[in-house]
Design a binder for this molecule. Structure first.
Ligand code: 0GY
Length: 307
């Protein structure tokens, strides 16, 4: 595709135009460890093989949101709409004054020189996406080959999958040679019990494999009850709280949090990013847990030289 004008997929919502100021003040140095930049398409075209076309969401808009929400740093994650063309992400890293690190998507053709250049720009991980609505299937041996290529750089692997696919993916995940970071708690079905077999399997993965971390992110995607705040209290996405809180309290040193701005692929509800920040004190209920979640853990993983 050579055109540089893109129409957002019909029905897809743009990001919130005017997020509220959170009541919760993140600790100094807090990291938004899962967010994206999209295009702008005229400068960084979307991938021909993409399954959706997002709205443009520039690095300037991302950095303005970071400041508005009271965060200090970003981890920018390659989304599938840009395929394995990481130019928009790398450009954002290079313009972040060292305040952003990145998670790219690469294919097996990537050269060592390209990997080194991405590392110099601030990339620290590669992402494997297993959601069939987002990507075509990549054979496991190709992913293993990529993991072996990036491991010597000290990078880790970020994985995105849905809870019902964990049994099938278990052996692959547990043989990866790096730290493995799971997006959005492995997407549990929050209508099921937090101590039921499905989420127990995810907890078991983290308990038995000390190299597995989880992002306690995306309540807006997982929630059935929705954002409703109770009696003016900013207590949103209540049905997701038990799941995220269990992980934060069981594995306080291996959890990360992120906004997921600009929230691709949402059709029914676009979150207020300020309200998402006010989800944090409900899942990390002490200052010590909040500091680990928002500062110590992401710094250890993405800025180890400064942690
Ligand atoms: C997310 C979630 C989604 C999209 C992607 O790479 C992507 O396109 O991850 C989703 O649609 O659930 O983390 O951004």
């Amino acid at each position: 595709m050579n055109d540089t004008t893109f129409q957002m997929t019909p029905g897809w919502l743009p990001f919130h135009p005017d997020p509220s100021k959170p009541r919760f003040a993140p600790p100094p140095g807090a990291v938004d460890a899962h967010c994206h930049v999209f295009g702008p398409g005229a400068q960084f075209p979307y991938a021909p093989e993409r399954k959706y076309t997002p709205c443009d969401a520039s690095k300037e808009q991302l950095f303005a949101l970071r400041d508005h929400l009271g965060f200090a740093r970003n981890v920018i994650v390659q989304a599938t709409c840009h395929g394995s063309d990481n130019r928009a992400l790398v450009d954002a890293l290079l313009h972040s004054d060292g305040r952003a690190r990145g998670v790219v998507t690469v294919n097996r053709g990537v050269t060592d020189a390209e990997l080194r250049a991405m590392h110099a720009a601030g990339v620290r991980a590669t992402r494997f996406n297993f959601l069939r609505r987002l990507v075509d299937f990549t054979p496991r041996e190709v992913l293993v080959e990529i993991a072996q290529r990036i491991a010597p750089l000290g990078w880790h692997v970020v994985v995105y999958f849905e809870a019902q696919d964990l049994p099938e993916l278990w052996d692959f995940f547990t043989t990866l040679p790096t730290t493995v970071v799971v997006d959005h708690m492995g997407r549990p079905d929050v209508r099921k019990p937090v101590d039921g077999p499905e989420f127990e399997l995810f907890v078991k993965l983290m308990r038995e494999h000390g190299n597995v971390w989880s992002k306690v992110s995306c309540p807006e995607r997982l929630s059935v009850s929705g954002p409703a705040a109770l009696d003016g209290e900013r207590d949103p996405y209540r049905d997701v709280v038990p799941f995220a809180r269990r992980l934060v309290e069981t594995f306080p040193d291996r959890v990360l949090w992120g906004t997921d701005w600009p929230h691709p692929n949402l059709k029914d509800h676009m979150p207020d990013d300020g309200l998402l920040v006010d989800f944090i004190p409900h899942i990390a209920t002490t200052a010590a847990l909040q500091r680990k979640l928002l500062v110590d853990n992401p710094m250890r993983l993405y800025w180890p030289e400064a942690a």
